[in-house]
Write a protein that binds this ligand. Sequence first.
Ligand code: ZN
Length: 280
Amino acid sequence: MSQPEDAEARRAVQPVICYPNETLPVPELALYAKAREGAEKVDEALISARNAGCFRAKAGQFFRISSVDGPQVGDLNLWNANDLNERFYSGKSRALHGTHLTTGERMWSSFPYLRPMATITEDTLGWYGMDQYGGSVHDVIGTRCDPYTGNLLSGSQYHHCCHSNLTRALADELGVSLAEAEPHVHDVLNVFMCTGFTRDTGQYFMKASPVRPGDYLEFFAEIDVLGALSACPGGDCSAEHSSDTAACYPLLVEVFAPQEGALGDWQSPPVNGYDRSHGR
Ligand SMILES: [Zn+2]
């Protein structure tokens, strides 16, 4: 293929950040940390391997996802507990914060709501940073493992991908059919998963998660949330997913409620302020 004469000059143009995030509302991490000190556990759910389960946290409560027994990756969906139309928007969270999330960053909701649903307050894998392959932890670049892609690539019929696990869990939680639940399942936050893009071909890669039992990711619920978490059939995602061959372990979800008044005059964030007239 021929190149224009100024090809190198065009490639040498400096990139600019798409969404400079200096004007993003800053979470009140010090207030959250103080409220967390006196918080008490009010609920927990143990998510079994190659399965998913739901949990709920009210606005102002905390939820923690912990590794237990062995290295395991989790696929997290989040909805407004009072309106399932408002759900986690992986792509916009990626555009605002980058490919992987950590402490102080947020799970943002879909249009037209676009507000923080949950803020990461603790990440015991925050030390990992970005490795030599461009890999990091807790990505918002993958989607979720699903039976459709497996069927497309290899003609398989596998039923314990995260997409199916999340669909079953949500159907059971809401008392609706699988067909009704499935459209609510969306792109996930890949908790504990270590991923990136190859530098040469730009392909999505995964590698063994650095997570170990005792590690956790903790969130402050900015609104009432319904969560669904799948313990991915990929286990630590060191080799493959979408099969029963990987070693898989449970994940623990715990919900903590601060003491009355511990959050002072903190208020749940309002929905986005755009007037929705779209130029008409
Ligand atoms: Zn998965």
